[in-house]
Design a protein around this ligand. Structure first.
Ligand code: NAG
Ligand code: NAG
Ligand code: NAG
Ligand code: NAG
Ligand code: NAG
Ligand code: NAG
Length: 401
């Protein structure tokens, strides 16, 4: 593969005279790039309707019942709301991460070195548009802004960081020097915490051991409790904060892609602690909930119609659609299949699905730059959103809104 913009990117923010290669995983190149990498930790105080900080933690590849049976995850669930009908959108990992910030997975059915064209926006654009600070914390990523495919533990050679679990970097629109600098590792999480410089929106990916990918849900549950337990009482982190712990996908492809998910934090109303919300949600709810909270614009994709976590929707005045996931017998409602698209290995379509610039939900319109970029294209093929089932029938807006 060819990455033509890399040398320019490296020169633009390196104070050194040499060009750093931010995709190389050779230890020498990584050491050189590490020394010159830019890290940024901007903060903001944009008041949300329900929370002022949203923290997402993704674990890996576990069926719902197995995760619910893990003692540490069960311990965490008692401190918050269990989401008993929360779904991944497809298999394998990467398209789920992509979906969680971009409102689509563009037919991705693989974990390749995919690069989504720069004219596709993500939640990052929506947050920046309203001045909401953001950051990603990827455990054991070797330096801020690393764009390589993977990084292994240098002593044991065990997998540590993988690009396929880093949603922002897969979008070319997020690979400007400024944005790469907010793509940090977990060491930087702790320094940002100490410096009271945590952003308002953050996505946390534990390493391949910690997230259960190469281990088990026992390791993932232990890691998550060890990470979160001290933070639950830490005012530098927990101040009108909502935390979502979820999994990218189920392990068994023939089961419905339901994943164990928990909402935690001081933004959860006391009366809802240790309760279950059985509303239908999926990874697109991570975007719609944030949009509703900060009154962001939308992407004009699956984000617009996605259900918003109920206690949030009640305060923002958003209506959610009702769908009984348990009775979903339509095969597409297993959320275990892929569809044709630019990133499909099996069924390639060379064009990108346009967003629908006309969608409005509860007053929230599509971001102006998205409507301008896609122009008329955004209105050309709206059958896409009806035909490509990612949300059960009847949940596609504007029906019901
Ligand atoms: C950077 O490293 C990658 C991976 O090793 C390689 O494919 C690419 O050609 C390198 N680019 C430059 C500009 O050296
Ligand atoms: C984390 O990123 C920082 C900043 O680029 C780097 O100096 C540090 O070595 C990284 N830490 C780990 C554990 O990889
Ligand atoms: C992953 O992170 C854990 C701590 O969270 C650490 O103990 C471990 O060494 C890291 N890497 C690997 C490959 O296990
Ligand atoms: C999805 O699950 C259904 C029902 O178990 C199964 O028939 C189908 O083969 C699965 N699809 C994939 C791609 O695994
Ligand atoms: C978006 O970028 C892709 C890849 O460069 C291009 O094929 C497509 O025409 C662009 N679409 C719009 C609407 O700009
Ligand atoms: C519109 O989208 C559908 C679903 O992705 C696709 O099957 C169809 O070929 C597209 N039509 C045009 C005219 O692009």
């Amino acid at each position: 593969m060819h990455y033509p913009s890399l040398v320019i990117t490296a020169l633009a923010f390196s104070s050194r005279a040499v060009a750093l290669n931010f995709t190389s995983t050779s230890p020498a190149d990584v050491a050189a790039a590490q020394a010159g990498a830019l890290t940024l930790s901007p903060t903001s105080h944009v008041k949300g309707k329900v929370f002022d900080r949203f923290v997402v933690i993704w674990l890996e590849n576990t069926d719902y019942d197995k995760a619910a049976g893990d003692p540490n995850l069960a311990w965490l669930a008692k401190k918050g709301i269990t989401l008993s009908n929360y779904f991944g959108v497809t298999h394998p990992s990467e398209p789920n991460y992509v979906a969680a910030i971009g409102g689509d997975n563009f037919g991705m059915d693989n974990d390749n070195f995919n690069q989504i064209p720069g004219n596709v926006s993500s939640l990052i654009d929506l947050l920046e548009d309203k001045g909401v600070s953001w950051g990603q914390y990827q455990e054991d990523m070797p330096y801020s802004g690393f764009e390589g495919m993977a990084w292994v533990n240098q002593k044991t050679k065990a997998n540590d960081y993988v690009r396929k679990h880093n949603p922002a970097v897969i979008y070319n629109s997020n690979t400007t020097p400024e944005r790469l600098a907010k793509n940090k590792n977990l060491t930087q999480f702790y320094s940002d915490l100490e410096a009271k410089k945590l952003p308002q929106w953050m996505f946390i990916t534990p390493n391949m051991t910690s997230d259960g990918h190469d281990t088990s849900v026992t390791t993932a549950g232990t890691w998550t409790r060890n990470f979160l337990e001290p933070l639950l009482d830490d005012k530098r982190f927990m101040k009108d904060t909502l935390v979502l712990v979820t999994f990218d996908e189920s392990h068994t492809y023939t089961l419905q892609n339901r994943v164990f998910s928990i909402l935690l934090g001081d933004a959860v109303p006391k009366k809802l602690i240790n309760t279950v919300d059985s509303g239908f949600y999926n990874h697109y709810s991570e975007i719609s909930t944030v949009e509703a909270n900060w009154d962001l614009h939308t992407l004009g994709r699956w984000d617009v119609g996605a259900n918003i976590f109920d206690f949030v929707a009640q305060k923002t005045g958003d209506k959610n659609a009702v769908w009984d996931a348990a009775t979903g017998t339509n095969p597409t409602h297993f959320f275990n299949s892929s569809f044709a698209g630019l990133f499909s290995s099996k069924d390639v379509v060379t064009t990108l699905p346009p967003p629908n610039a006309k969608l409005v939900r509860n007053g929230r319109k599509v971001l102006g730059s998205i409507a301008r970029t896609w122009g008329d294209a955004s209105l050309q093929n709206q059958t896409y959103y009806q035909n490509t089932v990612q949300i059960p029938d009847g949940m596609y807006p504007p029906k019901g809104w």
